[in-house]
Design a protein around this ligand. Structure first.
Ligand code: AMP
Ligand code: MG
Length: 348
């Protein structure tokens, strides 16, 4: 295990904690200068950085892309396309942009392929548990049943001409498990197409990279300790692609010694139990994002089977150990070597 010193390590933590890269920065304006910025978007802190000509402008373009998608996909913004779709639940179809419609289609595909472990219609459950708005509570049986009745990916009907509707009143689409990953990919893409030679986008649990890192051959990421934000269990290298971590550490509450995390099993209506975190790596941040949520709900046995259909993606589960402070890990075939990580450990 490694204790992090903030800012001291060129290490990117696959989880909430981010250590900004500093090493290797070159003066602005040179052919291959690095620029790095941090801003809030989609309810989280983003770090965007690029190397290339006019790196600062490239980073600005990355952030502009994230803001554009936030405006389209947020369920916290009343004028977003998703809010319009949700407001019309139970009524006629609304016309969406091709981009939003396509993302909904891919989200629905993840739902169908995972038999509903991933479900983009979890919005009413997120409200019932207070995960939306961070007003946490154990819902009573009646409100849980009412919320569950409004969840089900088949209630999201995608029609030709980029039209979509929610076929029951009160159904709410929530793309919180896939939209950040998509935005990471898009921000990287606008920087790449703008001339960036390397880039990194970090939205906490969702990150993506391409090109040469500021130092070394490959980008380095840390798998965060499930209980201690300042400690990593081990480190892994990625040349390019996405990495996503889902867990209950970032959003959730304790009640009577039980942790209730923000990833729900849509079929029971209860927060998914059994995993501390799941980290997925693969070619795109979007699919890694959707998969880390799915595999958190599924757990390692079903999850490894599910992953077989996703070429190039692999996962590492951090699971509870024998007592409250210990953990163990399981990984699917192909997960990169994690330096410093044993198969289990204690939490002291
Ligand atoms: P992530 O951090 O990517 O695992 O996404 C978690 C977020 O996705 C939650 O805060 C909810 O907005 C939403 N969500 C929760 N449970 C599910 C689920 N089973 N399927 C899809 N989205 C979910
Ligand atoms: Mg996700």
């Amino acid at each position: 295990m490694t204790r992090l010193r903030r800012g001291a390590l060129p290490l990117l933590v696959a989880g909430l904690l981010t250590i900004p890269l500093g090493a290797g920065a070159e003066p602005a304006g040179t052919e291959s200068s690095w620029h790095s910025g941090m801003r809030m978007a989609m309810g989280t802190l983003w770090t965007v950085e690029a190397r290339g000509p006019r790196a600062e402008q490239l980073v600005d373009r990355g952030f502009a892309e994230v803001r554009r998608l936030d405006a389209l996909l947020s369920t916290y913004k009343a004028d977003s396309e998703l809010s319009a779709l949700n407001r019309g639940a139970g009524g006629t179809a609304v016309r969406l942009s091709a981009e939003t419609w396509d993302l909904l289609r891919r989200a629905r595909d993840h739902a169908a392929r995972s038999d509903g472990a991933f479900d983009p219609t979890v919005g009413s459950l997120m409200k019932a548990w207070g995960f939306k708005g961070m007003d946490y509570r154990l819902p009573d049986r009646a409100s849980l049943e009412a919320a569950r009745a409004r969840v089900g990916y088949r209630l999201l009907v995608l029609e030709p001409d980029h039209r979509a509707r929610l076929s029951r009143a009160g159904v709410e689409v929530d793309l919180g498990a896939i939209a950040k990953g998509y935005a990471v990919d898009r921000a990287l893409e606008v920087m790449r197409s703008g001339g960036a030679l390397s880039g990194r986008v970090d939205a906490g649990g969702n990150q993506g990279v391409f090109g040469q890192p500021p130092s070394g051959e490959a980008w380095q990421f840390g798998i965060r300790h499930p209980a201690r934000a300042d400690t990593v269990l081990g480190t892994l290298h990625l040349a390019s692609g996405g990495i996503s971590t889902s867990g209950d550490a970032e959003r959730g509450f304790w009640k009577d010694g039980v942790r209730y995390g923000h990833i729900v099993d849509p079929r029971t209506g209860w927060p998914a139990r059994g995993c501390l975190s799941v980290t997925v790596v693969g070619p795109t941040a979007e699919v890694a994002d959707a998969l880390s949520t799915t595999l958190y709900v599924q757990g390692p046995t079903l999850g490894k089977h599910h992953l077989e259909a996703y070429s190039g993606y692999s996962a590492l589960w951090v699971l509870p150990g024998a007592d409250a402070l210990s953990w163990r890990v399981e990984r699917s075939a192909g997960f990169p070597a994690v330096r410093g990580l044993g198969s289990e450990g204690g939490g002291t």
